[in-house]
Design a protein around this ligand. Structure first.
Ligand SMILES: Nc1ncnc2c1ncn2[C@@H]1O[C@H](COP(=O)(O)OP(=O)(O)OP(=O)(O)O)[C@@H](O)[C@H]1O
Length: 250
C-alpha cells in the first residue's frame, strides 16, 4: 500500500527572519520575523516609531539590515538592492507620493515600467496603459502630475507601483490625509489590484480603512511583531490594546 506523502506548507512569498536594523545606537527592528503568502493581504499597525516603515524599507531593499535574512519566492535576496527587488516583483509606494511633477501621468507610469521593471519602451507603453485602465485613470493620461491633488497623486503612486508588474505590493500609509470618501476610492483600487493575485502588505493608521482589505493584521511595537492573526482578534489582544490603542479596545 502506498504511504501518503507528507505535504509541506507552501513557502511564504516574502519573508524576513531575525532582522535587526540599527540607526547608530538606535535599534529599530529587533530580531523581527515576518512573512506574507502568495495572494495574501496583510495589514500592519502599531504606534509611531514601532518600526513599520523601516520594515517596509528592509523588504523593498532600501535598507540593508545589520542582521537577518530576506527571502523572496524561496530565494535569499538579502544582498539585492531596491532596483533588483523591484524588477523581481517587489513594488512599493511611499508615505508621501513622489511623482515626477513636470511629467504627465502617462509618462510617470511609463517610467515606472521602463526603469522600475526594466521593460522596453513599446511593451512598457502597453503595460502602463493597462495599469492606468485597471485603476480608472486613463482619462488623466495627459495631465501633468503637478496638477493632481493629494488623492490623484496617491492613485498615481499606486498605478506606478502596479506598472512594475509586482507579485507583492508594499503600501506605506496611502490613506493618510484623505477623507473617508477619498480613502474608499483607494480601497477600491487596492481591491482591484488584489483581484490580479498580487499580495499586499499595507501599513496604515486608518484601521477601519485597512480592515476593508486586510485578511490578516500584524501589530508591531518596539521593532517586534507583538500580535498577528485575524484582524478583530488582534485588535482585541490585550498587548495590542495596551501598546497601540491607548488601553481602549477598538
Ligand atoms: N534613516 C533613519 N535614521 C535614523 N533614525 C531613523 C531612520 N528611519 C527611521 N528612524 C527611526 O526609527 C524609528 C522607527 O521609525 P519608522 O519610521 O520605521 O516607524 P513607524 O512605525 O513607521 O512610525 P510612523 O507610524 O510614525 O510612521 C523611529 O524612532 C525613527 O525616528
Amino acid at each position: 500500500m502506498a504511504h501518503p506523502q507528507p505535504v509541506s506548507p507552501p513557502l511564504p512569498l516574502l519573508q524576513v527572519q531575525g532582522i535587526e536594523m540599527r540607526f547608530g545606537a538606535l535599534k529599530v527592528l529587533d530580531q523581527l520575523d515576518f512573512s506574507v503568502g502568495a495572494n495574501e493581504a496583510v495589514g500592519i499597525v502599531g504606534p509611531n516609531g514601532a518600526g513599520k516603515t523601516t520594515l517596509l524599507n528592509v523588504l523593498a531593499g532600501a535598507h540593508a539590515p545589520s542582521q537577518g535574512t530576506v527571502w523572496f519566492r524561496g530565494v535569499d535576496v538579502s544582498a539585492w538592492n531596491a532596483a533588483d527587488r523591484c524588477r523581481s516583483g517587489i513594488a512599493r509606494t511611499h508615505q508621501v507620493p513622489r511623482p515626477f511633477l513636470g511629467m504627465t501621468v502617462f509618462e510617470n507610469v511609463l517610467t515606472a515600467a521602463t526603469h522600475g521593471a526594466g521593460m522596453h519602451t513599446r511593451d512598457a507603453g502597453d503595460r502602463a496603459m493597462h495599469a492606468l485602465r485597471l485603476c480608472g485613470m486613463e482619462a488623466l493620461v495627459n495631465r501633468r502630475a503637478e496638477t493632481l491633488g493629494l488623492l490623484g497623486r496617491k492613485r498615481l503612486e499606486l498605478v506606478r507601483a502596479l506598472a512594475t508588474g509586482p507579485t507583492v505590493l508594499l503600501l506605506d500609509e496611502i490613506g493618510g490625509g484623505l477623507t473617508d470618501a477619498e480613502a474608499s476610492e483607494l480601497v477600491d483600487m487596492v481591491r482591484t489590484i488584489r483581484s490580479r493575485q498580487i499580495a499586499i502588505v499595507w501599513i496604515e493608521h486608518l484601521v477601519h480603512v485597512l480592515l476593508q482589505v486586510a485578511a490578516r493584521l500584524v501589530c508591531m511595537d518596539g521593532g517586534r511583531v507583538i500580535a498577528s492573526g485575524d484582524p478583530h482578534e488582534v485588535l482585541s489582544d490585550a498587548t495590542v490594546v495596551e501598546a497601540y490603542l491607548g488601553g481602549v479596545a477598538a
